[in-house]
Design a protein around this ligand. Structure first.
Ligand code: FES
Length: 201
C-alpha cells in the first residue's frame, strides 16, 4: 500500500500547536499565576511599607502635638443673663429659657420667681406637665408643684430658685450661680430672701 510522505526538507506542523500561557508550556507562566517578583521589586516593596509606617507615625504624632493648642473647652451658657420685663410673662410657668439656661419663670398674681430645673433627687431635668399642673421628673418619678415644692417620689426637698433682680431699665436679671434652697425640714431660703422673687404690682 502506498503512503504519502511529506517532501524532504519541509516540517509538518503539529496537529495541536501549543497555546500561549497554557500550563506546562516551556518558558510561559501558567495562566492566572502571579509572576514572581524580582529581588529589586521585593526591596522596593519593603521600602514602601516602611515609609508608609514612618509617615503614618509622624502624622499621628503631629496631630497629637497640634491638639495641645486646641484644648477641649466646655462652653457653658452664662449664669448671669436678662430675660425681659415682668410684663413679658403671663400667669403660670414659662418654659422659654429651659433649654438655654435650665430655668422656668413662674409668674403668679403678686410675684415672679425663677425655678432652677434640676431635680433634687439625682439631678435630672424635670418636665412641666401643664395638664396636671406639676413638674415631673422622668428619672425616678419625683413630682413638684407649681412652686417647685416636692410632693411625690424620692426627691428630698423642693427645687432651688435662682437669684432675680431688676436692672435700671426694669428688665429681669437672673443669676443661676446664686441659688436659694429649701433644705429638708428647715426654713426655705427662698421664703426669707427678697432676691429669690420679684413683687409684681
Ligand atoms: S433624679 Fe429626679 S426623681 Fe430621681
Amino acid at each position: 500500500m502506498e503512503t504519502t510522505q511529506p517532501p524532504r526538507g519541509r516540517t509538518v506542523p503539529a496537529a495541536n500547536p501549543p497555546l500561549r500561557g497554557v500550563a506546562g508550556t516551556a518558558g510561559e507562566p501558567p495562566r492566572g499565576a502571579v509572576p514572581a517578583l524580582s529581588e529589586a521589586e521585593k526591596k522596593s516593596a519593603r521600602r514602601r511599607v516602611v515609609w508608609t509606617a514612618v509617615v503614618g507615625f509622624l502624622s499621628a504624632s503631629f496631630l497629637m502635638f497640634l491638639r495641645f493648642f486646641f484644648p477641649r473647652t466646655l462652653f457653658e451658657p452664662s449664669t448671669l443673663f436678662r430675660i425681659g420685663f415682668p410684663s413679658d410673662f403671663g400667669l403660670g410657668v414659662d418654659e422659654r429659657f429651659k433649654q438655654s439656661h435650665r430655668i422656668w419663670v413662674v409668674r403668679q398674681t403678686d410675684k415672679l420667681f425663677v425655678v432652677y430645673a434640676k431635680c433634687t433627687h439625682l439631678g435630672c431635668t424635670p418636665n412641666w406637665i401643664e395638664t396636671e399642673n406639676k413638674f415631673k421628673c422622668p428619672c425616678h418619678g419625683s413630682g413638684y408643684d407649681v412652686e417647685g415644692k416636692n410632693f411625690e417620689g424620692p426627691a428630698p426637698r423642693p427645687m432651688d430658685r435662682a437669684h432675680v433682680e431688676l436692672d435700671p431699665e426694669g428688665q429681669i436679671v437672673v443669676d443661676t450661680s446664686r441659688l436659694y434652697q429649701c433644705p429638708p425640714g428647715a426654713i426655705c431660703q427662698f421664703d426669707a430672701d427678697p432676691n429669690s422673687y420679684l413683687i409684681i404690682s
